[in-house]
Design a protein around this ligand. Structure first.
Ligand code: ADP
Ligand code: MG
Length: 492
């Protein structure tokens, strides 16, 4: 079995010729990004970076990742509905992390008012919880990411890196890369191998979730509102979802937070209107990083959150995707509380958890810091941030821990076991860089969709995958951060 495609190449020249063919096919298939020079215009575009070859992924791990996705959907949904759990889990973090605190403030405010579609808020013994009207619709579109931990006997194990509950991207472009890799393998006369590249269409599934939520909102003329950034290089990825929706006769408008604060309003039933048009579903492709919020944008987010429209995600679901929540979920007994009576789901979920450690003040946090300082290469320090490039490793982590260890600020971070996959050779193609084989590692993401109406789960699915691959010299960073590139699993 070939794990090293480059061994089929005669020389450097053949590699370069293959890369040129692959790039042209990628452009023809629509594996596109806007350029960093012109991120608001589609006049000049280029290809999204990708690997020349598909990367080997053990079938068993791919199947495991797919099999646990519905469990992760249920877990995210359960956490987002459990105000007491969120409050308890995030209480130390929000004292020190401004961004999480602001999100949490909106969450509290919405809970206090009663979620727009909810009948009323009822207090529970363990804190606040909600009673929803039968019509209340919730939509989750997420992506759970994994790396393949090399274990002592050499066999790889699936370990979750994180779950993305807001703006999980590349479901659109991921449907277009299989044709590129099949092309490359066909050029190499590896037709049997080419046929093994899986077809994949996450954006179709994501659009199905949005369409279901739109349908349950039940207002024929209402729109889907995509909250967009002004500078958006990844527009074609988003358009894939918009195109699917239009195919179902569901119309999408793209607006920025600024547009909402100027032209958005709620009527007396808290129905959301933008420029006079009713909105059924709000889909966020913005609003996951502090730099994306001005005061005006925070106000717009609050307006959207207070509305009756289905939010994807609502603020509780965004909070459910924080690293702090991920760490607390790994505590002994926690999954059993959140998913009662579902021991098989709990076991599947727990099997994917890496070591996660709280840095809250106290003995447990002290112990974690001591261990990380003693073996820095085995840990990652993570703040409550999304979007790549925020985590600290090695010497940087040591410095940060030394500085943080006696301060309450440390509660805004978590520590995680560093996953060490087995590196392999592949060639990362990006505009302006020569094609050459480098040592790489991959990260597998599975897209999940769920829709809940009141207490009834109407949809719970996995809808496709994303493989991203980066050179080993980069500890951190995704495709948007310019580090990882798009790839396809080659199942073995
Ligand atoms: P973000 O929300 O910024 O995407 P992630 O937790 O996904 O944060 O981390 C960003 C990148 O850092 C990941 O894509 C992965 O390459 C690397 N990374 C994160 N956690 C680990 C880990 N525990 N072990 C090894 N690499 C990690
Ligand atoms: Mg990530």
């Amino acid at each position: 079995m070939a794990t090293s495609w480059e061994s089929f190449l005669q020389d450097e020249q053949q590699l370069e010729e293959l890369a040129r063919q692959a790039v042209d096919r990628a452009l023809a298939e629509g594996v596109l990004l806007r350029t960093s020079q012109e991120p608001s215009s589609s006049d000049v575009v280029s290809y999204a970076p990708f690997t020349l070859f598909p990367s080997v992924v053990p079938s068993a791990l791919l199947e495991q990742a797919y099999a646990v996705q519905m469990d992760f959907n249920l877990l995210v949904d359960a956490v987002s509905q459990n105000a007491a759990f969120l409050e308890q889990t995030l209480s130390s973090t929000i004292k020190r992390d401004d961004f999480t605190a602001r999100l949490f403030d909106i969450h509290k405010q919405v809970l206090k008012e009663g979620i727009a579609q909810a009948l009323r808020v009822i207090p529970w013994a363990d804190g606040l919880s909600l009673q929803f009207s039968p019509q209340t619709v919730f939509l989750g579109l997420n992506r759970s990411d994994y790396m393949f931990q090399r274990s002592a006997d050499g066999s790889p194990a699936l370990k979750q890196i994180e779950i993305n509950t807001i703006s999980a991207s590349f479901g659109g472009l991921a449907s277009r890369t299989p044709a590129v890799h099949r092309h490359v393998l066909n050029v190499l006369r590896k037709t049997k191998e080419a046929a093994k590249i899986l077809s994949n269409n996450p954006s179709k599934g994501l659009a199905m979730g949005i369409a279901k939520a739109w349908e349950l909102y039940a207002s024929a003329n209402a729109l889907v509102l995509l909250i967009a950034q002004e500078k958006e290089r990844n527009i074609f990825d988003q358009r894939a979802i918009e195109n699917e929706l239009l195919g179902k006769n569901i119309h999408v408008i793209r607006r920025r937070f600024e547009d909402i604060s100027e032209k958005g309003s709620l009527d007396q039933d808290r129905r959301l209107f933008v420029e006079g048009q009713e909105v059924a579903v709000v889909y966020f492709r913005d609003g996951y990083m502090p730099s994306q919020y001005s005061l005006q944008n925070w106000e717009a987010r609050l307006l959207l959150e207070r509305s009756r429209a289905v939010k994807c995600p609502d603020i509780a679901t965004q909070l459910a995707g924080t690293k702090k929540v991920q760490q607390e979920l790994s505590r002994v007994g926690m999954l059993e509380v959140l998913l009662p009576g579902q021991p098989e789901a709990v076991a599947r979920l727990r099997a994917t958890f890496a070591g996660l450690y709280s840095l809250d003040m106290g003995e447990e946090g002290d112990q974690a810091i001591t261990e990380a300082l003693a073996a820095p290469s085995q840990f990652v320090l993570k703040p409550q941030r999304e979007g790549g490039g925020n985590n600290l490793y090695g010497e940087n982590m040591v410095q940060a821990l030394e500085q943080l260890k006696d301060s309450e600020e440390r509660a805004s971070y978590i520590l995680m076991e560093k996953i060490e996959p087995e590196p392999f050779g592949n060639c990362l193609l990006r505009p302006g860089s020569p094609a050459r084989v480098v040592q790489c590692v991959s990260e597998l993401g599975i897209f999940g969709v769920y829709v809940r109406q009141g207490k009834t789960l109407v949809m719970n699915k996995h809808v496709g995958h994303l493989l991203r691959t980066k050179a080993i010299e980069h500890a951190d960073g995704g495709v948007a951060a310019g580090v990882a590139v798009l790839d396809n699993p080659y199942p073995v």
